[in-house]
Write a new protein. Structure first.
Length: 370
């Protein structure tokens, strides 16, 4: 099997668990946060730097790489790992979320989606078969099935229609997938309707994917609603297979997600807010570009061991950002990723020591979501 998963330890008071995700490019300890390398790069960082701060698996974007530079070029370069000089596991999304977020620039049919490029307006067609072809050429370790993500809010009628199409498309993805060394994960949909989440989970589990993602959350709904739907959905997914919550990466959501049984996460949040001059700390987000830090000679986060916090002050990093120096956003990116990787290590230790709920409660009593 191209992708396998072993649960090593389960927390007694929650659904949290420790595991090993085995892929063609190595093993990954879970729970794990995957930084997003949309264009075959984690913005501002080299692959070696991503690995040095703790990255062991990254996500790349099928839609963007299909448009530029093209999946055939990446195939001819030897695949995505060689093209971007990353020899650890890669997960590629199917492009579904990006295509469906185009709104008026796309048209959905049973066969697939016709859409216009956000780059030059050119017309393209993505189907389950095309999504598998592109991801096969990219050569990722984990490919995602092509799905239809219903926006929030959506009517029950549309959400059911998108769910049923997602199930049919999932079967088509499996029918054409042939690449050795690449596993395909199914994506559970169903919006904010618990019974539809249950229906989607049952139908996808019957297709026997090696792993399951939970899509259509963190799309604008309140966090409490997300947690409610997540709680409900996880119970219908196999215990022996990895669970991946798509598009979630704020520290509080990572802690809550792990406690509910999620093994894998991805999000652009840490790198995106870094480019906007904001960093993650134990007490919440700190906007280092703000004037109040102009003469603050303390590190971004006194509890962090990253390169930026060991060597530079808030005042210096603020100066770099205000001056438009690339080093500024490199340092905030290094910090944000290291912060999340450290958090995941602390979570794993808490699971190992059977104190996940205690850890969650203590962390959330200090962390402010602003």
């Amino acid at each position: 099997m191209a992708v396998s998963f072993t649960v090593l330890h389960r927390d007694k008071e929650s659904r949290a668990r420790l595991g090993i995700l085995q892929t063609a490019h190595g093993a990954v300890e879970t729970p794990v946060f995957m930084p997003v390398g949309t264009q075959a790069t984690v913005k501002t960082m080299t692959p070696e730097e991503v690995h040095d701060v703790g990255g062991r698996i990254i996500l790349s974007n099928t839609y963007h790489l299909y448009l530029r530079p093209g999946h055939e070029l990446i195939r001819d370069a030897g695949g995505l790992h060689r093209f971007m000089h990353w020899d650890s596991p890669i997960l590629t999304d199917s492009g579904g979320f990006q295509v469906f977020s185009l709104g008026p620039l796309r048209r959905i049919t049973e066969e697939g989606v016709v859409f216009r490029s956000h780059i030059d307006g050119s017309e393209h067609f993505f189907s389950p078969e095309k999504a598998m072809e592109v991801q096969s050429d990219l050569g990722s370790d984990i490919a995602m099935a092509f799905d239809e993500c219903a926006p929030y809010p959506s009517s029950r009628e549309y959400t059911l229609e998108a769910l049923d199409r997602t199930t049919r498309w999932a079967g088509r993805c499996l029918a054409v997938h042939r690449r050795e060394g690449q596993g395909v994960f199914g994506i559970v949909q169903g919006g904010m309707f618990p019974d539809l989440r249950e229906k989607s989970a049952h139908e996808l589990v019957a297709l026997d994917f090696p792993g399951y993602a939970i899509g259509g959350l963190s799309v604008g709904e309140p966090k409490e609603l997300m947690y409610e739907i997540l709680d409900h959905t996880v119970g219908f997914l196999p215990q022996e297979k990895p669970r991946y919550l798509m598009g979630v990466g704020s520290p509080d959501c990572l802690v809550e997600g792990v406690a509910r049984g999620v093994d894998m996460f991805d999000c652009v949040l840490p790198t995106r807010i870094a480019r906007n001059g904001s960093v993650l700390t134990r007490r919440g987000k700190l906007v280092v570009r703000n004037a109040q830090y102009a003469r603050d000679f303390s590190p971004l986060d006194p509890d962090c061991d990253c390169y930026a916090c060991r060597n530079y002050t808030r005042a210096y990093i603020r100066h770099l950002i205000k001056a438009g120096e690339v080093l500024g956003i490199r340092l905030t990116t290094i910090h944000n990723l290291r912060f999340l990787f450290n958090l995941m290590e602390e979570i794993k230790e808490a699971i190992r020591e059977a104190r996940m709920i205690e850890f969650r409660d203590k962390f959330l009593s200090i962390y402010q979501d602003v």
